[in-house]
Design a protein around this ligand. Sequence first.
Ligand SMILES: Nc1nc2c(ncn2[C@@H]2O[C@H](COP(=O)(O)OP(=O)(O)OP(=O)(O)O)[C@@H](O)[C@H]2O)c(=O)[nH]1
Ligand SMILES: [Mg+2]
Length: 455
Amino acid sequence: MLSNDTIAALATPPGTSSIAVIRVSGSDSIKTVNTIFSKDIENVPTHTVHLGKILGKNGYVDQVLVAVMRAPNSFTGEDVAEISCHGSMTSVREILGILAEKGVRYALAGEFTKRAFLNGKMDLSQAEAVIDIINSKTNTALSVGVNQLEGSISSKINTVRDKLLRVLASIQAEADFPEEGISGIDETALADDLIRYIAELDSLLKSAEKGRYIREGVATVIAGRPNAGKSSVLNALVEKEKAIVTNIPGTTRDTVEEFLQVDDVLLKLIDTAGIRDTENVVEKIGVDRAKNVIKDADLVLYVVDTSEMPNSEDEEVALLVQGKNTILLLNKTDIEIAGAAEKYKKLLPDATVVTTAARTGEGIDELKTLISDMFEMGGIETDADAVLVNVRHIEAVTRAKNAIRHAYNSYTSGMPLDFISIDMTEAVEALGEITGMTVSEEVVDRIFKEFCVGK
Ligand SMILES: Nc1nc2c(ncn2[C@@H]2O[C@H](COP(=O)(O)OP(=O)(O)OP(=O)(O)O)[C@@H](O)[C@H]2O)c(=O)[nH]1
Ligand SMILES: [Mg+2]
């Protein structure tokens, strides 16, 4: 499976730029680049950079810098030559064409990183971090990716996995030679250990919630009765006319989504149809959609119209957001009528309250600060934090935890040690999938397909 034919690809984005980098990796990379370069770089020391020209059939193509990195001290673990040429696609195409004539193959998506993984330069969770870093939309996502690349997840997983392996070894010894007592299993200690491992995996799974916020954004649903000003709130938050605003109740029918970064928090804002009983088929579907997204919301912005007293529709919304993390937005304060605010507060006595006038933008900054404080991800930058962001990792940790729980139940109800060792093996394998120790080729291929070409 380990092919090390020489591959090349543009490592920088296609288009016009000041420079473009073509990465060439494989056992013949330096030798091949040497044949098209004006200087002899075949035997130059590793990690050196050389100025010269690329030679085409009809003479020089471009003046370039070639960086030479020799195996195993390169990103892929193979010999690598990186050609920094001028950032014109003509030059890039020309150089890639010359390389192809010399037998260099165009790299597949993620092939450089896949080679790095196969050559033991990084484990699978670190390779996945490379994708996360490339795709990161916020500073937090970036720092979580960098931590993961540095091994935060791997080291946490490996620590637990090593402990499980030790337990597994002693269980197997005890099962194989029960009379000899060589394993030295202390029965209460074993049960306690299993509980502790479950707790360790649980705390890692708790970090996954934070991870989901980082990956997908905090699902923030703007809800309320028709005409309360929900779409105006969305527009004021994102500072553009994203949703249609009119004075006709029932303007918004579908859910309208927009991402917004507030400090280091990524919000997935979802504007919804005003909640009311309606005979209109289209509006009815919209109201059902609104109710559904409220159910899955991480945060609800419950918008009310203080220019009117609460009515039965407001009461219905209050019931729907019951038990949800909710901010009550007392909107239209510019035309507020006396006593309305107090009445609205009574509908949701536990909610945090913000006063806004979405039409003028008043109160919107306060709202942003409040949300940012609520979901502040600060502190994640510390290296100690291993945050599970990857769905594949979450699934594997969950499987490992369930297997250990099963082992614990079997053990405490006196099942034979063989049974327990099966569960423990499953847990060890599940954790091994995260770093790629026990992972199928198919999974590896799927992961690297998510990459872009050149990475
Ligand atoms: N005076 C005032 N008018 C507002 C304010 N916020 C919204 N409005 C007006 O209220 C009307 C309804 O606003 P929308 O944002 O469309 O309300 P909505 O809740 O999205 O309404 P539906 O989509 O129909 O459910 C529009 O005429 C807005 O200009 C405010 O803070 N003050
Ligand atoms: Mg609307």
